[in-house]
Every structure is written in structure tokens, then in C-alpha cells.
Design a protein around this ligand. Structure first.
Ligand code: ATP
Ligand code: MG
Length: 761
């Protein structure tokens, strides 16, 4: 009976099977999207467990997100036919790092109840340190230094190890000293930051070979998904755990002798139940560590956050005797989707290069479709139509996703779906109107329209900072409560008394004057203009403009998008009402809903139908990536495009708009160069009439929306393609037809500066 292949193996192709069954020694699976890399990892774990080679607690498995870890665990349970108890070491690098540190905190000078600081805490702490050193924190912004420290930590560098040039770049050459001071301060607070979750374990292992030895004995199998996006610190961490000093050549140590023993332990427990003392698995101390990493160099999309795709290239050198397995058969997508993605990514240089094919060749399969829209509102409208059409044909929303390049793009879709009553969920981040900067801005608008909104008042009274500390707010609160009046009212009363310190009083006086002025303008000034004024005059926009953190540019983009979104409403009040409806939209795990997320957070996922909006120069490829990283930035953007297209199983729809409205001004855009890089054989351009058939008067939007303007015929540029006929206004004439029309104004998506969180999801 033993010769019978277990079910979980029989569905695999020979290469996948080899990757699963090569349990001894290092294995690298290097393969394109949808070839079953993640499936190989999951099956490998199931195989290790089912054959009794290791207990769940002896397997270290690293996924890129916590969600992926949960899914992997569930899947393993299905494969081995029953829930897997344990798997305590299945998670992201960070979550595993926390676990290690809690166990050994004292070895790095912490106690086990250490706190993990979030980004805000970190910045506050660094600011204190900068000030304590007598430095001007305006000249040397804490956020900028926080980003530098994070970069060093991703590279695995302690203060003594940072490059001379880096150290010189901050605070007149005091970078190293400040970094060391920061680390000391963390220690005295019994705290660590995210980077420490990676760095502390490395320090600990290096300084305590005996502890490392224990883990060498514990972790029989190490598995890493999305290996192309590991950073240097993670890589060092893996090498420490996976390379024993005395490592012998692969294959020389016999595998665990439990293979071939009864699959079920005498007491009926499955073979992977926790080891009893004296158990043979634990006692066999001569075993080697078997590491298996899977990845795809073409899907490396976190270079901007310190990921090193070179880690893949170094694998064979660092793990001598590694078996490198290539998977070439794609199980996910149609030949058109693969053809389009493959042709696109071939424009990158310096790839390892991979073959990818699919057996599914179905003449009914749709080509990848490129759609043109006038602007993002029409884009959202048309995508909504497509979705409804699919729904009418019995497709589930759960099988569809919208993947955006920048998170501000989500707003238009969220609004549209609420209008249509389509359920949606935002993955990997807050919904548009739940974002911090949007909530802040909305609090200003609410307070202008509804002066009794105390929650709004408290939210923004000291945002941006106006020197109105907790004491002042408490005073104000008491004053308002005692008189049963709203806080804004209390503020305008209290400034006439001498209950506050002069400085606080002056600040509050300004706040009151601002709001009085804005309220007076409510009925006389166009509401979008007023909204912009409020954000400018309050100093809120400036607060983010002066912010040196990586998230700031994305937040500014979102604020612009917020103002833009108000244009569709008659008044500020109407807009506020609309937002409360959107916020009320149901969000629950079990409902059938379309997913909206950034391309970055779509990694590893798959959907029947994928919509990819916003394929325009400046947005995708993103201008900041091009400005900051040049050719490398462009190539990373192209990999992101490859990731996007390869999420689709059956249908992939790309969109570009010819106008984006920024700051109330129409700006022309050019179709993304990535569209030109798609192969005509696998791609078709949608007839404008087709995509807009369901609404407007008479089809093409030239006639429906812009019929007062002189229409002209235009076409998408790639020669040999079926031409998309659409009527456009003069505004887009120059650039619509050809990307070579360089006279066209570029859209600035946010200020230049480090690329923000918004694009990482
Ligand atoms: P990505 O690079 O996007 O992370 P991947 O290489 O990890 O992709 P998987 O997600 O593991 O690919 O697999 C892609 C799809 O193909 C999944 O739906 C998976 O179940 C399916 N699949 C993989 N291998 C097989 C197989 N041998 N038989 C049938 N389906 C398979
Ligand atoms: Mg995968």
C-alpha cells in the first residue's frame, strides 16, 4: 500500500513533484507566475508532515503576508486531511521575528514584554533625540531620519556598519551617532521598531551560537514564498538559520528514519502531532536543514523598500549543491493573458528569463482587452457596466478584482459601486474615505457645515499642530460641558476670558476666526474652491507638504482626489451626506464582493477577471518611480504590470483615460508605454461603442457627453491593431494618437519625494 501515491501528490506535474519530494538539501524553485510555486510549498509541507519527517513545530515557513500564512495553513489541513494543530512558525518574517524575540528578549537587552513601536512613535522618539542633541529638527526632519534608519535596518546594518557617505548625509555627519542614540533609547524604553524585528534576531544568533544551534536542531524544514522580495536583513536571517557551520554536503545525512513507519502513531494521533519526550524525530540531531525557496525574479516589486532580487541569484552560491527547479507550465491563465504578460516583461533587461506555457488553448478565450475612457469617472462607470454585465452572466463578484497603481484611484470606483449597489471590499488598506488624511479633511468640512460636531472639532483642533495641548483641550471640554454648548462655540467664548494661557488663547482665536470665515463663505463660494481654501488656510495641506515621510506624497494625492470627488455634488453638505452613505456600505467577509486593491498587494493572488485601470504615462509607470530610479524604476514598474496581468485567470481588461482632472484643471494624458509593449496577437482594443453601449445617448461618448465640442476621429497608436474609434475633443488631440507627442504637459502625481505607502498597499 505504501507505493500508492498520496492524493496530494498525484495532481502535480513532474517538476512540481520533484520540488515537493526533494526533501533533503537546498531547493530553489524559480518560475514564472501561476506555475504553482505556492502550491509546491504548501504541498511540500503537507508531504513532510504526512510522511512523519517533522512535526509542525519543526517547520519554519515564511509567507509575504499574514493572510497568505492563514491560507497556507488551511490548505495544508485540506491536503493532509484534517486540521493541522500548531505550525507556530508559519508567518511573515516580522511575525516570526516577534516570536523569536519574545523568547530571547534578554539576549538583546530587552525584556520579553517589549513593545513594538509604530511609525508615529518612532518619529516622535527620533524627533526628541534630534532636539536633545541640540539640532534643528526643521532642518533635519525626524521622518527623513526614520526612513534612513529603516533603510539601514533592511540592509542589516548596525550603527557601526553604515556606509560613511550615508552617515555624513544627515545632521552634518552625525547620522551614525544619532542612530546609536536611537537604539539606546529604544533599549531603555524596552521597545523595538519593525526593523529590529529582523535585526535583533540576527544579532542574537550571532552573539549566541548555542541558541542558534538549538534552532538548527528545531527547524528541519525552512520554506520561503515570494523569495524575490526578501531584503538583505531577511536574507541574513535565513542564512543563519539554514546554514550550519558544520554543514556537510547535501545528501550525506540520511533523512529521518520515520519515513516508512506507520502513518498514524499508536495512540491514534496523526504523525505530525507534537513530539513526546524521547521521540525519535527530536533525538536525531545529525539532520541537515532543508531550505526551499520559491520565487520569480520578474515579480520583484519591492525594490523601493529594500528588497534584493539578487538574493535569488546568490542562492546556489550560498547553498552549495542546491537543486534549482524550473516550472514552466502555467495553470492559472489563458494563453492570451500569458502571451500579453510575457511579451511585456520581455522589455526588461537583466532577467533570468523563463519559459511559460499553458496547455489550455481555447478558441473561445478572450484576448486581453484595452479600453479607452475620457476620464476616470467614465472609466469607473464603464468598469461598473462590465461588472454588471458579468453578473448578469452568472459571474460572482468574488471572482473579480480591480487593481490600481496608486491608492487614490480607488475613490472613483468606491463611489461608483456605492451608487450601483455593488458590494466591494478594499484589500490591504483602508477604504478611501477611511484614510487618515481624508478623515482629517472631512472633519474640517463637517465642522464648517455642522458647527456642533464635537468629534470633528477634537480631531482637527490641533492638527496641524497649533500648540493646543491636552490641557487646553481638557479645559475647553469642561467649559463646553458645563454650559452644554458645542466645543467650537465654547472655543469662541473661552478666548474672550482669561482661562487659557496667552499662547493657547491666541491659537484658539485663530481657529475660531478661520471657522467663522469659512462658514460665512459656505453659501457664496463654490464648494470645491472653499474646500481647497480650508485645507490651505488651515495649514493642513502644508503639513503634508512639509512632511518628509514616505507616505506624504500619497496622502497629498488623496487630498487632491478628495477635492476632485466633490465636483460631482452641488454643495459641501450634499457631498458629506454622500460620504456617510459610502462609509455605511456593508463590509463583511462572507458577502459576494469585488476586491479593490493596489497592484502591490495583489501579489500571489488570482481572480477570474481582473480590471487594471489607469494605464497612463505618469501614473503607470508612475512618475516618481521614473524620477527617482530611472531605468531601474521603469523596470520595477514593468514587473508590477506583469504581476497585474498575471493575476487574471480568464479575463483581463486594461484601461487608460485621456484626461485626468487635477486641481480643477483638465490635463491631457498619454497612454502608458506598457500598452505599446503588448503583443497585438493577444490583445484587442475595445471599440468605444462597445464599452459604452449601455449608457449615454447613442453610444460613443463623443456624442453623449461632449457633443457640444467639435469631435475628431482619433485612434490608439500601435500600428496593426484594430483601431479604437472614439471621438475626442481638441484637448487631447496631440497626445492621444501618439506617445511621441512630447509637447504634452506631464501630470504631476503628487510632489516628488520618496514613493509613498499608498503604492505599497
Ligand atoms: P504566483 O507567481 O502568482 O505567486 P504561483 O507560481 O505561486 O503564482 P500558484 O498560486 O501556486 O502559482 O498556482 C496557480 C494556480 O494554478 C492555482 O490556482 C493552483 O491551484 C493551480 N495549480 C498549480 N499547480 C497545479 C497542478 N499541478 N494542477 C492543477 N492546478 C494547479
Ligand atoms: Mg505564489
Amino acid at each position: 500500500d505504501q507505493a500508492r501515491t498520496p492524493d496530494y501528490l498525484s495532481g502535480l506535474n513532474p517538476e512540481q513533484r520533484e520540488a515537493v519530494e526533494t526533501l533533503d538539501g537546498p531547493v530553489l524553485v524559480l518560475a514564472g507566475a501561476g506555475t504553482g510555486k505556492t502550491r509546491v510549498l504548501t504541498t511540500r509541507i503537507a508531504h513532510v508532515l504526512a510522511t512523519g519527517r517533522a512535526f509542525p513545530s519543526q517547520i519554519l515557513a515564511v509567507t509575504f503576508t499574514n493572510k497568505a500564512a492563514r491560507e497556507m495553513k488551511e490548505r495544508i489541513g485540506v491536503l493532509v486531511g484534517g486540521a493541522v494543530e500548531g505550525m507556530p512558525w508559519l508567518g511573515t518574517f516580522h511575525s516570526i521575528g516577534v516570536k523569536l524575540l519574545r523568547r530571547h528578549a534578554e539576549l538583546v537587552g530587552l525584556s520579553s514584554d517589549f513593545t513594538i513601536l509604530d511609525t508615529d512613535d518612532v518619529v516622535r522618539l527620533i524627533k526628541q533625540i534630534i532636539q536633545a542633541e541640540g539640532l534643528d529638527d526643521k532642518r533635519w526632519p525626524a521622518k527623513q531620519f526614520a526612513a534612513m534608519i529603516d533603510g539601514w535596518k533592511n540592509k542589516g546594518l548596525d550603527p557601526s556598519q553604515i556606509p560613511e557617505g550615508d552617515a555624513r548625509a544627515f545632521a552634518n555627519g552625525r547620522g551614525r551617532e544619532l542612530y546609536a542614540a536611537y537604539q539606546n533609547r529604544l533599549k531603555s524604553l524596552n521597545a523595538c521598531d519593525f526593523g529590529d524585528l529582523l535585526l535583533h534576531p540576527i544579532r542574537m544568533f550571532r552573539a549566541n551560537p548555542d541558541v542558534l544551534r538549538d534552532y538548527h536542531q528545531r527547524f528541519r524544514y525552512i520554506l520561503v514564498d515570494e523569495y524575490q522580495d526578501t531584503n538583505t536583513a531577511q536574507y541574513m536571517w535565513l542564512r543563519l538559520l539554514a546554514q550550519r557551520p558544520s554543514a556537510s554536503k547535501r545528501g550525506t545525512n540520511p533523512p529521518n528514519g520515520r519515513q516508512g513507519q506507520a502513518a498514524v502513531a499508536p495512540d491514534g494521533a496523526p504523525p505530525w502531532s507534537e513530539p513526546q519526550s524521547g521521540d525519535s524525530v527530536n533525538e536525531n540531531k545529525s539532520q541537515q536543514i532543508n531550505i526551499c525557496c520559491v520565487g520569480d525574479d520578474d515579480q520583484s516589486i519591492y525594490g523601493w523598500r529594500g528588497a534584493e532580487v539578487d538574493n535569488i541569484l546568490r542562492f546556489e552560491k550560498d547553498f552549495p549543491g542546491a537543486k534549482v527547479i524550473k516550472l514552466e507550465r502555467n495553470y492559472r491563465s489563458t494563453e492570451h493573458i500569458l502571451g500579453a504578460a510575457g511579451h511585456l516583461i520581455a522589455h526588461n533587461e537583466g532577467r533570468l528569463g523563463k519559459t511559460l506555457f499553458t496547455d489550455r488553448v481555447d478558441p473561445n478565450d478572450e484576448k486581453v482587452v484595452v479600453h479607452a475612457a475620457w476620464d476616470s469617472e467614465e472609466e469607473a462607470r464603464a468598469v461598473g457596466e462590465e461588472i454588471e454585465q458579468l453578473q448578469r452572466n452568472q459571474h460572482l463578484l468574488n471572482d473579480m478584482a480591480i487593481l490600481v497603481r496608486a491608492s487614490f484611484q480607488m475613490r472613483e470606483f468606491e463611489d461608483r459601486f456605492v451608487t450601483l449597489g455593488l458590494n466591494y471590499r478594499v484589500i490591504g488598506g483602508p477604504r478611501f474615505y477611511e484614510r487618515l488624511e481624508i478623515r482629517d479633511a472631512m472633519a474640517y468640512f463637517r465642522l464648517v457645515c455642522q458647527p456642533a460636531d464635537d468629534l470633528a472639532f477634537e480631531r482637527i483642533v490641533n492638527t496641524p499642530k497649533r500648540g493646543l495641548g491636552d490641557t487646553t483641550i481638557r479645559n475647553l471640554h469642561d467649559y463646553a460641558r458645563a454650559r452644554d454648548i458645542p466645543m467650537l462655540q465654547a472655543a469662541s467664548d473661552i478666548v474672550l476670558t482669561d482661562e487659557l494661557k496667552p499662547k493657547a488663547r491666541k491659537s484658539l482665536l485663530d481657529v475660531v476666526a478661520d471657522f467663522t470665515r469659512w462658514q460665512d463663505m459656505l453659501d457664496t463660494t463654490p464648494h470645491t474652491e472653499l474646500a481647497e481654501k480650508i485645507l490651505d488656510e488651515s495649514g493642513y495641506t502644508a503639513m503634508w507638504q512639509n512632511d518628509k515621510s514616505a507616505e506624504a506624497p500619497g496622502r497629498l494625492e488623496n487630498l487632491k482626489e478628495l477635492i476632485r470627488s466633490m465636483e460631482g455634488f452641488d454643495s459641501m453638505r450634499g457631498f458629506l451626506e454622500h460620504v456617510s452613505l459610502v462609509m455605511d456600505a456593508e463590509q463583511n467577509e462572507n458577502m459576494d464582493a469585488i476586491s479593490i486593491m493596489t497592484l502591490h498587494s495583489a501579489k500571489g493572488l488570482e481572480f477570474e477577471t481582473v480590471f487594471l485601470p489607469g494605464w497612463e504615462e505618469g501614473l503607470f509607470p508612475h512618475q516618481r518611480a521614473l524620477d527617482e530610479s530611472g531605468r531601474a524604476g521603469l523596470e520595477e514598474e514593468r514587473r508590477l504590470a506583469y504581476v497585474g496581468i498575471t493575476r487574471a485567470k480568464r479575463r483581463c481588461h486594461l484601461w487608460f483615460v485621456s484626461n485626468r482632472r487635477i486641481h480643477g484643471l483638465w490635463q491631457s494624458t498619454m497612454p502608458s508605454r506598457f500598452l505599446d509593449e503588448l503583443p497585438p496577437a493577444h490583445v484587442e482594443v475595445a471599440e468605444a461603442e462597445t464599452s459604452y453601449g449601455g449608457y449615454g445617448r447613442g453610444g460613443g461618448y463623443g456624442q453623449s457627453r461632449f457633443d457640444k465640442q467639435e469631435p475628431f476621429q482619433s485612434s490608439y497608436s500601435t500600428p496593426g491593431w484594430k483601431r479604437a474609434q472614439a471621438n475626442k475633443t481638441d484637448a487631447t488631440r496631440e497626445n492621444w494618437g501618439s506617445r511621441s507627442g512630447h509637447s504634452v504637459e506631464r501630470i504631476g502625481y503628487g510632489e516628488s519625494g520618496p514613493r509613498g505607502k499608498t503604492i505599497d498597499g
